[in-house]
Write a protein that binds this ligand. Structure first.
Ligand SMILES: NC(=O)c1ccc[n+]([C@@H]2O[C@H](COP(=O)([O-])OP(=O)(O)OC[C@H]3O[C@@H](n4cnc5c(N)ncnc54)[C@H](OP(=O)(O)O)[C@@H]3O)[C@@H](O)[C@H]2O)c1
Length: 334
C-alpha cells in the first residue's frame, strides 16, 4: 500500500470535517425569495460588515435603500458598490451619527420630510469594546450608540413606520446579551470601574428589552419589532479588541477564528429574513438566533425591567421634545 494513503486520507477527512463544521457554524441563507419593490428601507451602520451586506441583499430585492452612516465618504462608497453590484439605482447615502442626539434628530427630521414611507428599519450599527469613551451628550459610548441612539431614532420614525404599515423594525443584538445586566444605579459607568466587555453586553441586553417593550407598545399598529443575533462574523466589529491589534494572536488564533466565523454575507441573512419573509408577517417581540426564533436570557424577558429602561431612556434622550430640537433630555455630566 502506498505510504501516503493513510496520511492523505486523514488530511482529507480533517479538511472535509472543517468545511462541514464551517457550513454548520455559518447557518443558512435566507429561505425567503420575497422581493420588496417600492419599499423604503433604512439600514444604520451600512458602510461595512453585516450592515453593508444587509443593504446589498435588500437592494437585490428591489427596495429603495437608505444607508445611514457617520462617515459620508465610506457611506457614498458603499452605496456606489451596491448600486454597481445590483443595478438598483435607488440606493442612497445619508449622514447619521448615533453618538449625537442632534445628528439623530436631524436625520429623522429629513427622513420624515423627504421620504413618503419607511417600511423597514434595520438598527444595525454598533461599536464593541471601545475604550471608556463618551458620546457627544455624555453617555457611555456602547450604551449610547448601540442602544440609546437607536431608541431615539426608532421613536422619532414611529409615525412614519405606522403610516407605512405593515412595516418592520429589526434590532441587531448579540448572544453577548445573555451575560449582560442593566445596572439602573449606574447605567453610564460613572461610579464603577469601566468594564468594556460588560458595557457591550449591557448595551445588547438593552436592545432586546427595548425590542420587547416596543413590540408591546406597537400592538395593533401593523408595525413589528424583532431582535436578532446574526452569528459570529468576520467584520470590523473587533477593531478595539486585543486579538485584532496583536499580530501574534491573529496568527495563532486566526485559523480557528476562520473556521468558526461566518462571512458578513452569511451574517446578513438573518436581518434579510426578518426584513422580507412573508411567513414572519405579524411576528413581533421575538429574539432570533440566526434564522431561528430562540428564548433570550431571563433578564431580557423581565417586563418590569423593560418598562423601567424605557422610561429612563426616554428621559435621557429627551423623547418628548419636538423633532428638530438640537439637544437631548438630561445629558449626563461626565
Ligand atoms: N460581527 C459579529 O460577530 C457580531 C456578533 C453579534 C452581533 N453583531 C452585531 O451586528 C451588528 C453589525 O456588526 P458588524 O459585525 O457588521 O460590525 P462592523 O463591521 O464594525 O460595523 C459596524 C457599523 O456600525 C457603524 N457605527 C459605529 N459607530 C457608529 C455611530 N456612532 N454612528 C453611526 N454608525 C456607527 C460603523 O461605522 P464606521 O465604519 O464608521 O465605524 C459600521 O458601519 C452590530 O450591531 C453588532 O453588535 C455582530
Amino acid at each position: 500500500m502506498n505510504r501516503y494513503v493513510v496520511p492523505l486520507s486523514v488530511l482529507g477527512t480533517a479538511v472535509g470535517g472543517a468545511v462541514l463544521l464551517k457550513d454548520y457554524v455559518g447557518g443558512g441563507v435566507c429561505p425567503s425569495k420575497a422581493t420588496i419593490p417600492g419599499k423604503t428601507v433604512i439600514v444604520t451602520g451600512a458602510n461595512t460588515g453585516i450592515g453593508k451586506h444587509t443593504a446589498l441583499e435588500l437592494a437585490k430585492r428591489g427596495g429603495n435603500i437608505i444607508l445611514a452612516c457617520r462617515d459620508m465618504e465610506k457611506c457614498e462608497a458603499a452605496a456606489k458598490d451596491i448600486r454597481g453590484e445590483t443595478l438598483n439605482h435607488r440606493v442612497s447615502a445619508r449622514h447619521l451619527d448615533l453618538s449625537s442626539l442632534k445628528s439623530i434628530r436631524e436625520f429623522a427630521k429629513k427622513i420624515i420630510a423627504e421620504e413618503e414611507r419607511v417600511d423597514i428599519l434595520v438598527n444595525n450599527a454598533a461599536v464593541m469594546r471601545c475604550p471608556h469613551w463618551s458620546t457627544e451628550d455624555g453617555f457611555e459610548m456602547q450604551f449610547g450608540v448601540n442602544y440609546l441612539g437607536h431608541f431615539l431614532l426608532t421613536n422619532l420614525l414611529l409615525d412614519k413606520l405606522k403610516a407605512s404599515a405593515p412595516s418592520r423594525i429589526i434590532n441587531l443584538s448579540s448572544l453577548a446579551h445573555v451575560v449582560g445586566h442593566i445596572d439602573f444605579d449606574d447605567l453610564n459607568w460613572e461610579q464603577k470601574k469601566y468594564d468594556t466587555k460588560a458595557a457591550y453586553c449591557q448595551s445588547k441586553l438593552a436592545v432586546v428589552l427595548f425590542t420587547k417593550e416596543l413590540s408591546r407598545r406597537l400592538q395593533g399598529t401593523g408595525v413589528t419589532a424583532n431582535a436578532l443575533h446574526p452569528g459570529v462574523a468576520r467584520t470590523e466589529l473587533g477593531r478595539h479588541t486585543a486579538m485584532h491589534k496583536s499580530s501574534l494572536s491573529s496568527v495563532t488564533l486566526g485559523p480557528i477564528f476562520w473556521l468558526l466565523v461566518k462571512s458578513p454575507q452569511l451574517a446578513a441573512q438573518p436581518s434579510t429574513y426578518l426584513a422580507v419573509a412573508k411567513e414572519l408577517e405579524g411576528v413581533s417581540g421575538k429574539y432570533f438566533s440566526g434564522l431561528k426564533e430562540q428564548t433570550p436570557a431571563p433578564e431580557a424577558e423581565d417586563e418590569a425591567v423593560a418598562r423601567r429602561l424605557w422610561d429612563e431612556s426616554a428621559r435621557l434622550v429627551g423623547l418628548n421634545m419636538p423633532p428638530g430640537s438640537s439637544v437631548g433630555g438630561q445629558p449626563l455630566a461626565k
